[in-house]
Design a protein around this ligand. Structure first.
Ligand code: DC
Length: 227
């Protein structure tokens, strides 16, 4: 049976991670979080004291980076040069730095190859910002998940509380708005739905409702490609 390559793009806090993981589980596909790769670059640049605008430095660094996902019982962990950096890439500072370095064409170019290699075998759900527009324009199904800013900020605020690194709601909201603005207005691969993307507004939907909705499309597509 031919397996699908599914992309899920959208702004921060729209529920992409929860939904992508659940969908991948249901289909027994791989789940790939491409934001983690940009966060990995941000972490390595910060560790080296580099500025997000240092294109020459970023280019050299990216040429020598070895970012890999390694699965364990708890999900995929991100390794850089053989070291597990998963615990360092989720802070609000890394979110902003990831957004800043992701606007640099040298970084996007380096990660394009990494992502395409990961997608070579299909049977995967890729989560990101430009999966359907740039990285996998030939994807079998493209979803674009959105939600109102306040709802997204509230979800992220709760997530940070659960991780015991709380941030004021207003600050979370402001950071998110800035990040959305950076990610959608950059020249290269800006955040936007592909022309053939299926738009889903998750503002008033539960995770189960989103998954059920997505599975309708996926089942139809699986039947279509295997006919
Ligand atoms: O999905 P995330 O919040 O972990 O992503 C962190 C940043 O990485 C996000 O602000 C923009 C960037 N990113 C990107 O430019 N392209 C992707 N495919 C994924 C993330």
């Amino acid at each position: 049976m031919r397996k699908l390559l599914i992309t899920i793009d959208g702004p921060a806090g729209a529920g992409k991670t929860t939904v992508s993981k659940a969908l991948a589980d249901r289909l027994e596909y791989n789940y790939i979080d491409t934001g983690a790769l940009y966060r990995g670059v941000a972490f390595e640049a910060t560790t080296r004291g580099m500025a997000a605008e240092d294109d020459a430095g970023l280019e050299t660094m990216c040429q020598n980076l070895d970012l890999r996902f390694i699965r364990d019982a708890g999900g995929a962990r991100l390794y850089s040069g053989g070291v597990d950096i998963s615990g360092h890439i989720r802070s609000p500072e890394m979110s902003m730095m990831a957004s800043a370095v992701s606007a640099r064409p040298v970084v996007r170019r380096a990660l394009l190859e990494v992502q395409r290699k990961l997608g070579a075998e299909k049977a995967a759900v890729f989560e990101g910002r430009d999966m359907g527009t740039v990285v996998f324009p030939e994807a079998d199904i493209k979803f674009f998940l959105t939600a109102d800013l306040s709802v997204r900020a509230l979800r992220r605020h709760r997530e940070l509380e659960e991780k015991r690194s709380p941030q004021h709601f207003e600050e979370v909201k402001k950071d998110m708005e800035r990040r959305d603005q950076n990610d959608s207005s950059r020249k290269e691969a800006p955040l936007k739905p592909a022309d053939d993307a299926i738009l889903i507004d998750s503002t008033h939907l539960s995770v189960d409702q989103i998954i059920a909705h997505m599975l309708d499309f996926v089942k139809k597509k699986i039947a279509e490609v295997n006919n």
